[in-house]
Design a protein around this ligand. Structure first.
Ligand code: F6R
Length: 259
C-alpha cells in the first residue's frame, strides 16, 4: 500500500514532497526527476527553491505535452516547465525532455518510442511527481488507458479539457484535443512515485485511486501496483479516504529510523 500523508495545507504538502526530492538530489546530484505540470506541483517547486540545492545536473522528463500548440506557446508544457520549474530551480533546460517535442503530424507516431528510449538511456526515472485529474488520470492517461501503456498519443476527455481551460483564458475549444503522455507502464517503471492531491475536487478520484479496485477505468489506481509510493493530500482531498485515521496514526507514529 502507498504511504498516505494527510497535510494541513498545500504549502506543507509541497514541503514534504520537496523533502523527498532534496534527499534524493543530495545523494545523487544528477538524479532523474519525472515532472508533472498543472497547479498541484507548484508548491513543491516553491519549497524546493528555498533549500539551497544545486540542481544544475538534475535531469528531467515531463509526463506529457499537448499536441498542436506552436513551438514556444506559453501554454505548452515545455514553456510551463521552463518557466515554473527550470527557471525557478536553476536547472539546465537542455537536460529536461518533453514528449513529442518538435514533432507534428505523422511523425508523432514515433514520439513514444523515442521518449521511452531517452528515459532508458538516462537510467530510468528516480522519482516521478504526479498530480491527479478529476477523471482519475495521471499523466494524461484518461480512463480506459491500459495499465501497461507506454508513451503515446492520447485524446483528452471533455472533463479534463474543461478543467484545463483555465490555462487557455477559459476557452475550452482552445484546449488541444490530443496530447502525448507517458503511459501507465512507463510511470510504474519510475523507482519512486510521489502523488499529490489538493482540494475537494480531487477527493473522489483520490479515494478511488488509493482504496478502490485497480482498474483502467480509474487510471491512477495503477499506483497500487508500485512498491514505493508516497501520496500527499490536504484535508479536503483526503476527505473521502476510508482509512484516513489509520494513515494519520501511521504517519504520527512512524519510527525515526523509517523517516
Ligand atoms: C500534468 C499532468 C496531469 C495533472 C492533473 C492535475 O502534467 O500530468 O495529470 O497532474 O491534470 O492537474 P492540476 O494539478 O492542475 O489539478
Amino acid at each position: 500500500m502507498a504511504e498516505v500523508v494527510i497535510v494541513p495545507d498545500v504549502a506543507a504538502g509541497g514541503a514534504l514532497a520537496a523533502d523527498a526530492i532534496e534527499a534524493l538530489v543530495r545523494d545523487r546530484p544528477d538524479a532523474v526527476l519525472g515532472l508533472a505540470t498543472g497547479s498541484t506541483p507548484l508548491a513543491i517547486w516553491r519549497a524546493l527553491a528555498t533549500r539551497g540545492l544545486d540542481l544544475r545536473r538534475v535531469r528531467g522528463f515531463a509526463l506529457d505535452e499537448y499536441v498542436g500548440l506552436p513551438d514556444g506557446d506559453p501554454r505548452s508544457y515545455r514553456a510551463t516547465i521552463d518557466a515554473e520549474v527550470v527557471a525557478v530551480l536553476g536547472m539546465d533546460p537542455a537536460l529536461v525532455r518533453v514528449p513529442g517535442e518538435g514533432l507534428a503530424g505523422a511523425a508523432l507516431a514515433g514520439a513514444g518510442a523515442a521518449y521511452e528510449a531517452a528515459i532508458a538511456e538516462a537510467g530510468g526515472v528516480d522519482l516521478q511527481v504526479l498530480g491527479i485529474g478529476r477523471t482519475g488520470h495521471i499523466g494524461f492517461n484518461e480512463p480506459g488507458s491500459s495499465l501497461a501503456s507506454r508513451t503515446r498519443v492520447k485524446t483528452l476527455t471533455a472533463v479534463t479539457r474543461r478543467d484545463n481551460a483555465r490555462f487557455f483564458d477559459g476557452d475550452v475549444d482552445a484546449v488541444p484535443l490530443h496530447c502525448v503522455t507517458q503511459g501507465l507502464g512507463t510511470i510504474l517503471d519510475a523507482r519512486r512515485l510521489v502523488l499529490l492531491a489538493f482540494g475537494e475536487a480531487k477527493a473522489a478520484a483520490l479515494a478511488a485511486a488509493v482504496e478502490g479496485p485497480v482498474t483502467a477505468s480509474m487510471p491512477a489506481s495503477v499506483i497500487q501496483l508500485h512498491p514505493d509510493v508516497l501520496v500527499i493530500a490536504d484535508e479536503a482531498a483526503a476527505g473521502r479516504l476510508r482509512f484516513a485515521d489509520y494513515y494519520r496514526e501511521a504517519w504520527a507514529s512512524r519510527p525515526e529510523w523509517a523517516s
